[in-house]
Write a protein that binds this ligand. Structure first.
Ligand code: SF4
Length: 254
């Protein structure tokens, strides 16, 4: 398998994966969505809430606030029995009139704090107060979406044979992604721009899938970087493969 980085930003990674198959690439995608851990609020003790919003609403909003996560502090792969290995407390004590934002949460660990301080929680009027203590623990997207580190997806790479296009200019102009270019009297195709929409077929081009090449996207919510997500997912897949190998060995000994 060959992997080439096409775009590399802290929260976004675009890769070209070659010599792979859909099952492997999909396993990577599912591992990212369901098994790479992050920190999220899981328990809340509300001591005072005189706002117009119910406790449950506020608890749900706080649970969905993405928290910066240090993956070095979290066991990978994550299991339920390891969840309490790392706990961070976030306190909130505010009085109205005020809009309460995620930046009002005071964390016991500066490494675990809201990704953005601009997430509104509740509006407090004059004399209203919100006082609570929240407990953040690690978890995975398979248990609840609040722990999901972001999104992962992939698309096939397509081959386009435009040699059969009678009107080359029309064929090139039919492509909404500018994947076709006229150089002299030849049509040049850029597979990294093509999404397989098939518009160029109307001008005589032949579009086919290359099932060994994929463009892979990772976009995080900011708890961890896209590279950290990728590395953690690979670590999890390797550990699962080892476990499966051991299980097969044990089974064949019986
Ligand atoms: S399949 Fe769509 S994106 Fe790809 S070259 Fe043809 S028109 Fe362009």
């Amino acid at each position: 398998m060959k992997v080439t980085t096409l775009e590399d930003k802290p929260n976004y990674l675009k890769l070209l994966i070659e010599d792979a198959d859909p099952a492997t690439v999909n396993a990577l995608r599912r591992t990212i969505l369901g098994e790479v851990p992050t920190m999220a609020i899981d328990e809340i003790y509300i001591y005072e809430n005189s706002s117009s919003i119910w406790d449950e609403y506020i608890a749900h909003r706080l649970a969905m606030v993405p928290l910066k996560t240090d993956l070095k502090m979290i066991p990978i792969p994550m299991t339920k029995d390891k969840q309490d290995s790392y706990t961070v407390t976030l306190n909130l004590d505010v009085e109205g009139p005020k809009t309460v934002y995620s930046s009002d949460l005071q964390s016991s660990d500066p490494k675990v704090r809201p990704v953005s301080g601009k997430i509104p929680i509740v509006d407090l009027l004059e004399g209203q107060r919100l006082r609570l203590e929240a407990k953040a623990i690690p978890g995975i997207g398979e248990w609840h979406a609040k722990w999901q580190p972001g999104l992962a997806s992939y698309q096939m790479v397509f081959n386009v044979d435009a040699s059969g296009c009678e009107n080359k200019k029309e064929c090139v102009e039919s492509c909404p992604r500018k994947a076709l270019k006229l150089e002299g009297d030849k049509i040049v195709f850029d597979p990294l721009k093509c999404n397989g929409c098939g518009e160029c077929r109307k001008s005589g081009a032949i579009v086919s899938e290359d099932r060994s090449k994929f463009i892979f996207f990772i976009e995080t919510n900011g708890q961890v970087t896209a590279k950290e997500v990728l590395n953690a997912a690979i670590k999890i897949l390797i550990s699962k493969a080892k476990q499966m190998g051991n299980d097969i060995n044990e089974y064949t000994k019986k």
